[in-house]
Write a protein that binds this ligand. Structure first.
Ligand SMILES: C[S@@+](CC[C@H](N)C(=O)[O-])C[C@H]1O[C@@H](n2cnc3c(N)ncnc32)[C@H](O)[C@@H]1O
Length: 211
């Protein structure tokens, strides 16, 4: 696989996942790499994506018992069980839907549950452009390193279907402002590769316990 900005942050996101079981939901799961990692932690994983193409590939790659349940669907039109999930993740998918979708995800969290968003934002400010410029050489080196490692490795499981992509149209400042309203106490921090990390932990009274 070529260097992938979303996959690069899997380990960071997994630090927020519960150990010892529980229900998890991965929103906009694509071909299911992150959902499979969650299942590997012993979580009982639902994974949702509207693209028939990526869901077919996700299912084909996850035949093992105990793997995620892949559901083809639009999360914005689904009725999610309230207070159910110990962990909900959205990797590079929230900008495909209205930001307010996080309110439904918040309500689906069990008390003590965690919502993590690896998000994309629109570049608007000088700071955005400076971060972007800083990321370019690091990205080039990472691509080279991952490409070389891939060529040396025998059989990497074949090329994956590329999930649908979309340009983000919300600036980081707007994301912070809306998150403060819908996910009070959530932490939002900028990451190097054109991404941000949002972490909200459900205290049971609508506020984040910590991030
Ligand atoms: C850039 S891809 C990211 C895929 C995957 N999370 C990853 O990290 O590789 C965004 C995904 O969000 C999915 N998506 C778009 N709108 C959605 C919606 N309303 N509900 C659920 N998923 C959605 C797309 O089909 C696509 O697979």
């Amino acid at each position: 696989m070529p260097f992938d900005h979303n996959d690069h942050y899997h380990r960071l996101l997994l630090r927020h996942a519960p150990r010892g079981g529980g229900a998890a939901l991965d929103v906009g799961c694509g071909t299911g790499r992150f959902a499979r990692r969650l299942a590997g932690l012993g979580l009982d994983v639902d994974a949702v994506d509207p693209s028939a193409r990526v869901i077919a590939e996700a299912r084909a790659r996850s035949a093992a018992a105990g793997g995620p349940r892949f559901v083809q669907g639009d999360i914005t039109g689904m009725e999610l069980p309230r207070g159910h999930y110990a962990f909900i993740s959205c990797l590079a998918s929230l900008h495909h839907m209205p930001f307010a979708t996080v309110a439904a995800l918040r309500d689906a969290l069990a008390p003590g549950g965690t919502l993590v968003v690896l998000g994309c934002y629109a570049e608007r400010t000088a700071a955005d452009r400076a971060w972007s410029l800083a990321a370019v050489p690091v990205n080039a080196v990472a691509r080279l390193a991952v490409g070389t490692a891939d060529r040396c490795r025998a059989g990497n499981g074949g090329r994956m279907t590329r999930p649908p992509v979309r340009q983000p149209d919300m600036a980081l400042a707007d994301i912070r402002r809306e998150a403060a309203v819908l996910l009070p106490g959530a932490g939002v921090r900028r990451l190097l590769f054109w991404r941000y990390l949002l972490v909200f932990r459900n205290s049971g009274c609508g506020r984040s316990i910590m991030h």
